[in-house]
Design a protein around this ligand. Structure first.
Ligand SMILES: C[S@@+](CC[C@H](N)C(=O)[O-])C[C@H]1O[C@@H](n2cnc3c(N)ncnc32)[C@H](O)[C@@H]1O
Length: 192
């Protein structure tokens, strides 16, 4: 699990049958705390690591999961509709590393509050060598779940969406003001 924080998710994954769960976070404080909290669970491994440069060999994981870590990495973006070049590069570093450490038919699962119009274009890049599926979870407030399957292909529509990531940002729309709005007699124009 990438950017595990103090979430119990890794522990719960092991309870439902995942035999070995490795969790990383770049906060050594949180990693030490989790290692202590789950010292009785030898199949849970905790590592201080930056998800932009993983210290794992290629092809070493069947499944990679992140929950809210990409959201944290993009939290400083001024405009979620037009992610900065730095933001695009950061996400690319993370996804390239995920793709590298996955086995040939591995899966990447991303749990986020980011809806497809913000996030899909980042995942829809042919260079990661995976397919993309999206679904939601929850009533009212939705969590978004993205499933990437390594060794499968993106659709043409998804590739076209991915290409939009590299288009130059559109200029902001020109503000539109009503002419002479201070002098209009709105009240007497209302027909009751
Ligand atoms: C929003 S929290 C999510 C924590 C946990 N996944 C959860 O669902 O509760 C984001 C986590 O990502 C970690 N993080 C942020 N950037 C990171 C990076 N470059 N490498 C590793 N961990 C990172 C933070 O330390 C934090 O624990």
């Amino acid at each position: 699990m990438e950017g595990c924080g103090n979430s119990a998710l890794s522990y719960e994954l092991s309870l439902v049958g995942f035999p070995d769960v490795t969790s990383v976070d770049y906060s050594s404080v949180v990693v030490d705390a989790m290692r202590t909290r789950y010292a009785h669970m030898p199949n849970l491994r905790w590592e201080t690591m930056d998800v932009r440069a993983l210290d794992f060999p290629s092809g070493s994981f069947d499944v990679v999961l992140e929950k809210g870590t990409l959201d944290a990495l993009l939290a400083g973006e001024e405009d979620p509709w037009t992610v900065s070049l730095d933001g695009v590069h950061t996400v690319d570093l993370v996804l390239s590393e995920v793709s590298r450490v996955l086995v040939p038919e591995g899966r990447f699962i991303s749990l986020t509050s980011a809806a497809p119009h913000f996030r899909s274009r980042h995942y829809a890049q042919a260079r990661y060598g995976w397919s993309l599926r999206h679904t939601t979870y929850g009533d009212g407030f939705h969590f978004h779940l993205y499933f990437m399957y390594k060794g499968r292909e993106l659709s043409g529509a998804q590739l076209a969406l991915g290409a939009q990531l590299f288009l130059p940002p559109r200029p902001p729309p020109t503000p539109c003001f009503l002419q002479d709005s201070d002098h209009e007699d709105f009240l007497s124009a209302i027909q009751l």
